[in-house]
Design a protein. Sequence first.
Length: 283
Amino acid sequence: MIGGKTKMAGIMGWPVAHTRSPRLHGFWLEKYGIDGAYVPLPVAPNKLEQALRALPVFGFRGVNLTIPHKEAALEIVDSIDPLARRIGAINTIVVREDGSLEGRNTDAFGFSENLRLAGYENGGRPVAILGAGGAARAVVAALQDMGCKEIRIVNRTAARAQKLAAQLRLFEDKGNIIRIYGWNDAPIALAGASLLVNTTSLGMAGQPPLEIHLAPLPREAWVTDIVYAPLETDLLRSAAQKGHETIDGLGMLLHQGRPGFAAWFGKDPEVTEDLRRFVLENT
């Protein structure tokens, strides 16, 4: 039941019906006995500023943002945390006591926590990333902060990968070496890598398959896919068959939700197997 004291938050997207975030936050709200609600908010791109400015009016603590709002929100919020500015995208907004809007990015945290808890440690070794879209920016930022010294981006369009590198200021701020490869040069990027990350939508349910040969990847390398529907993608299945340690993409989704939940509802929630099963139901 929603009452006058209910703490409100939600997720804005266009469309937004597909998101699993209401199940995620709803699970935590019930588990911790918090008088709160987390609702999907379908907001068209031309209505984003109007919708965000209405959050404090309607008593919302904040929202998550999903496609296509993550970059557009940068020009709307009143302040942006350094990581979100570095990544160039916002996925979490916190309404402050004075009604101002603070933009944050928790995708990088979600990615790094998913790897850390699985047992992966970079140790300065090269990493190969497939894709150069919005998700790749958060992944690169996370890997920078994990101490990765060489980041290899494999993308069909070199210009997009170059833009990603410029946005994150890889050379000036973090001392990384970044190498950009076309799709046909993926075997070169995989050779000697300690981790392969798929940040594209290829392999997702309803999307074209991800076609890549893993033979050049060292046997001790880890493989992770940010796709979580299906949970075991063809990439992860193939990697496991070749003896690689694999990490599915669900953990990134679950862990990226923690900082927002803590800011809105005052509790740093746990990611558990019960939560994983609940979020995956009916997918």
